[in-house]
Structure formats: structure tokens, C-alpha cells
Design a protein around this ligand. Structure first.
Ligand code: GDP
Ligand code: ZN
Length: 360
């Protein structure tokens, strides 16, 4: 059967469209849409010079068109990046739909404050947030129900599962279908076990992509989308697993469903209310995570003040943020030599500060 892509008119009329699954240096692994019936399921691509010229970055999750496909060599060139529906900086992922937070109910036991931190961090992406509670084999029905009721009051409907017994895995697969999901959670809760279970070792594609693109799978900045045999793409992002959020005090409230809900039906007297001691506040009240909110707010305020103070003291410096989220200061106008020394010194200062926050 002759293939559409080998007839010249078809090639010029329809370029293959696909999704970037992995990036490394200047190469992009593009999975072609299966509807195109292309001779190969994926191509290793470079980026067209004209994209470089206009500063068009290509991210994991990007939808792209591919020019000049070399089907034999499985190579091509990215001609165009289609408009993004969503865009995350850290981790760098385009078109993600959902953050899936995985926690264990036991071993390690669920720590409400830690869970809250992860939830706030996840909410700050403004993507849909789903909560999955693993190791449900270790607790009784009664305990599960208790957690469910408690978390529903937080505004979440937790999905219980056990990678060990397989309970709840089918629903999870169903939920992951046809979308890009970012997997996050502390270590030891069963994230790797979940991935291994969802992507059986028989699925060699994952290994092949990593092999082709070389090292770096486990570095913080490296993101890769795993194709689930049951449909959907999953990003396992070590960089996300630090629950340090950098919301401003004013943004923090939007990261709590309880606060969003309260502000939907009522409003505070002051539009810039931080929901502490202000009169006629619609948010302050007797709800479980209000204490968490106040804790995180103190942190956010302290962080902001520290940054401002540093900024004042070194008013010749400007704040910059690295891709993995650390802030550092850089002289506004300075020689390269000065810049390098100064950056290191400032970075050190900030690291000290961050450690102080962590101890709060
Ligand atoms: P990660 O650090 O989040 O990737 O967690 P791992 O996948 O490495 O799992 C940590 C430990 O929890 C391992 O010893 C797993 O065997 C165990 N584990 C994972 N899922 C379950 C589960 O559903 N039930 C129980 N009892 N143990 C599990
Ligand atoms: Zn208020």
C-alpha cells in the first residue's frame, strides 16, 4: 500500500504534526500523531534556524510540525511550534493539563502540613490538581474514609490506590488518558512503582528514547514525557518535588480551594485583604487549613521582605531567577569578571536565607 507521505503532493500539503516527548541539547524527540499513518512513529528533530532567530523555544509537550522528514534515518526538522494551551517554567513543560500529586497514607504516614505545601505548590501552577493516595492496602476502610472526608473539606477528592494490590490503578489509567499529566510528590510514596506499573518493561520506547538522547534522565532540569500504553503522557519531574513555593503573599490565597470558594460567595472589605486581622474578612474563620494558610503567609511575607531588603542594600543589583527556581542577584551594569564574583556571593547569601526559611 502506498503511503500518503511518499507521494510528493501529500508531503507538500500536509506536514507531519507531533508532540515533543524529550529534549536534549539541540535535539527533540517528536512523537508523530498516529492519525497521520506516517512510516515511522517518531523522529529525532533539530530546530529550524528561523525558529532560533525569532527566539522560539521548543519545550517538552509542544505540538510541532516537522519538515523534511528523513524516514530512513528517522530524522526531521521542527518547522513550527503550535500555540501552547498552557506553559510551565519549572519544570519546563508545555500543554500540561494536570498535576497529579501522589502521597502515601502510611509508610511514610501522611503529614497534613507537608501535603498542604505540595498542594499549594501544585495549585500555584494554575493547572488542575489531582490527589492520589497510595499504599491504601496499609490502612482500614475506616481510616480511608476519615482521610477522604477530611480532604474533601480541603476541597479535594482523593483517589485511593495501591500499587501493591493494583487497587485503583484502572481508574488512574482512565484519568491519565488523552492528556499530559505532571507527576509529583515526596520520595518513598510510590511514584516510581506507579510508573513501572503503568508502563510495563515490555514497553521499550522509553528506554530507546533515553538511549538515543543520551544521559541526563535524572537531573533536575531534564523533563521527559512517558507514553502510557493505555493513553496519555506522564511527566516525571524531579524538579517539582521540592515543595518550596514562591507565591507572593497576595497570590497565596488563590492556592487554597477553601479560600477561592469563600471568595466566590462573599468578599472581604479590602480588596488587598491578606485575611489576617483585617476587619470584615470573608476568609478568616474556623476551617482546618486556615492555620496552614497563616504559616505559609508568614513565610511568603518574610521571603518577600528579605528579597526587598537585599535589593535595597545592593541597589546596583537586580534579581534574577535560575530555571530551577533559585533567585540570585546580578549587577545591572558590570564587567563579566565582577559579575561572576558577585553572583556567587549573592547566591550564597540567598542560600543562607532559604535555609533559614526551611527551618521556620
Ligand atoms: P518513590 O520514591 O515515590 O518513587 O517511591 P517508590 O516507588 O520507590 O516506593 C517506595 C516504597 O514503597 C517501595 O519499597 C515500594 O515497594 C513501596 N510501595 C509502593 N507502592 C506501594 C503500595 O501500594 N503499598 C505498599 N504497601 N507499598 C508500596
Ligand atoms: Zn480577607
Amino acid at each position: 500500500m502506498s503511503h500518503p507521505s511518499v507521494t510528493s503532493s501529500a508531503v507538500s500539503e500536509t506536514l507531519p504534526v507531533g508532540t515533543v516527548l524529550a529534549t536534549q541539547a539541540n535535539f527533540y524527540q517528536v512523537q508523530l500523531d498516529p492519525e497521520g499513518n506516517w512510516p515511522k512513529p517518531s523522529l529525532l528533530c533539530t530546530r529550524r534556524t528561523r525558529l532560533k532567530k525569532i527566539g522560539q523555544q521548543v519545550m517538552v509537550g509542544d505540538r510541532v510540525t516537522v519538515e523534511e522528514p528523513d524516514w530512513e534515518g528517522e530524522r526531521g526538522a521542527i518547522a513550527e511550534v503550535l500555540p501552547r494551551r498552557t506553559e510551565l517554567d519549572r519544570p519546563p513543560v508545555a500543554n500540561a493539563d494536570c498535576v497529579l500529586l501522589v502521597f502515601a497514607i502510611e509508610e511514610p504516614s501522611l503529614d497534613p502540613l507537608q501535603l498542604s505545601r505540595f498542594l499549594v505548590k501544585a495549585e500555584s501552577t494554575q493547572l488542575e490538581v489531582e490527589l492520589c493516595l497510595n499504599k491504601s492496602d496499609l490502612v482500614t476502610d475506616a481510616e480511608r474514609h476519615q482521610w477522604r472526608d477530611r480532604l474533601q473539606n480541603w476541597g479535594y477528592n482523593p483517589h485511593f490506590m495501591s500499587v501493591l494490590t493494583g487497587a485503583g490503578l484502572e481508574e488512574l489509567q482512565h484519568h491519565l488518558r488523552d492528556r499530559i499529566t505532571i507527576l509529583a510528590g515526596p520520595s518513598g510514596v510510590g511514584k516510581s512503582s506507579t510508573i513501572n506499573r503503568l508502563i510495563p518493561s515490555a514497553n521499550l520506547r522509553v528506554a530507546r528514547v533515553s538511549g538515543k538522547l543520551g544521559r541526563g534522565r535524572h537531573t533536575t532540569r531534564h523533563v521527559e514525557l512517558f507514553e502510557l500504553p493505555s493513553g496519555g503522557l506522564l511527566a516525571d519531574t524531579p524538579g517539582f518535588n521540592q515543595p518550596e513555593f514562591d507565591c507572593t503573599p497576595a497570590e497565596l490565597g488563590q492556592c487554597f480551594p477553601e479560600i477561592r470558594q469563600r471568595l466566590d460567595s462573599d468578599r472581604c472589605q479590602f480588596s488587598d485583604c491578606l485575611h489576617r486581622e483585617e476587619p470584615n474578612c470573608a476568609v478568616r474563620g474556623d476551617w482546618e487549613r486556615y492555620e496552614h494558610y497563616l504559616n505559609f503567609l508568614e513565610e511568603a511575607i518574610a521571603r518577600q521582605e528579605a528579597l526587598l531588603q537585599l535589593g535595597d542594600r545592593e541597589s546596583t543589583l537586580k534579581v534574577k531567577t535560575t530555571r530551577d527556581g533559585r533567585r540570585y542577584y546580578e549587577p545591572k551594569l558590570a564587567s563579566k569578571k565582577y559579575r561572576r564574583v558577585s553572583r556567587r556571593r549573592q547566591h550564597q547569601n540567598l542560600q543562607d536565607l532559604c535555609e533559614e526559611f526551611d527551618e521556620l
